[in-house]
Design a protein around this ligand. Structure first.
Ligand code: ADP
Ligand code: MG
Length: 236
């Protein structure tokens, strides 16, 4: 049976100060590939969380978005599903190189996200790589050469852009900035500017941030085009 979840939209964003009621949806109702649905079912994901109900359709539609929701609300699938579906719909192959980059502040978060990406790619021929340092640049370089989706920390990604011969993100279709506020808190502002400088602006961008600081707003301005603002304060 379908239940309604009351979701209080975050009043920080103009136009999103009302309380919305979000109807709970099943993953099986999403307009996504059988391969992704099978992997979601195998991982026992059944009902979307509130932020997933609001954000996944926007992501699938190709909209740039600024998304805010508390820790534990399920933000990872808000970007992993659109990332995989975009490449699947584009019939992405190993020859097409890097189609999506997911940036997150810490190695630990990158490893967690990489596990979700790998789980949902189980039935797909799309590949993923982890770019977080700790191993030699050369070892990571070999993985990058084969990866369609990169999960990376900002410092290490920029290092590859600067130092890895042949590194190319020219085909990039989707950029995800996860926990953007923490990325900036950790002092990666200049690094982010340099990364964005290296990327074509002809792409979709999803920016996730728990807070709306001045520097997040500046990063949003730099990275997003005509974004949708999606936020929830609490999940019931
Ligand atoms: P956030 O990034 O917002 O902190 P995560 O994406 O890390 O949240 O998800 C938090 C936890 O909730 C994870 O253990 C994840 O597997 C689980 N989870 C996410 N979405 C769902 C869902 N739709 N149904 C059940 N569990 C979910
Ligand atoms: Mg998260």
């Amino acid at each position: 049976s379908r239940v309604n979840a009351a979701v209080e939209a975050i009043p920080l964003y103009s136009g999103l100060s009302r309380v919305e009621r979000v109807k709970q949806e099943k993953f099986s109702d999403l307009p996504v590939s059988e391969k992704t649905l099978d992997a979601l079912a195998a991982a026992d994901y059944e009902t979307l969380t509130a932020i997933q109900t609001l954000a996944i359709p926007q992501g699938l539609r190709g909209s740039d978005a600024l998304i805010a929701a508390p820790t534990g609300s399920g933000k990872t699938l808000c970007f992993v599903i659109p990332v995989i579906e975009l490449l699947w719909r584009s019939r992405w192959s190993s020859l097409d190189g890097i189609g999506a980059i997911i940036l997150t502040p810490t190695r630990e978060l990158a490893v967690q996200i990489f596990e979700v990406v790998t789980q949902l790619l189980k039935m797909h021929h799309i590949t993923a790589g982890l770019v977080i340092g700790g191993k030699s640049l050369a070892t990571e370089q070999r993985h990058i050469d084969r990866a369609n989706i990169l999960v990376a920390t900002p410092g290490r990604l920029l290092q590859h852009m600067d130092e890895s011969v042949g590194f190319s993100a020219d085909n990039l279709k989707l950029l995800v900035l996860d926990e953007a506020d923490r990325i900036l808190d950790l002092g990666f502002e200049r690094t982010m500017e340099a990364i964005l400088d290296n990327l074509s602006s002809d792409r979709q961008t999803m920016l996730f941030s728990a807070t709306q600081t001045k520097s997040v707003k500046a990063l949003a301005k730099l990275s997003l085009e005509d974004p949708q603002y999606i936020g929830i304060k609490q999940v019931e």
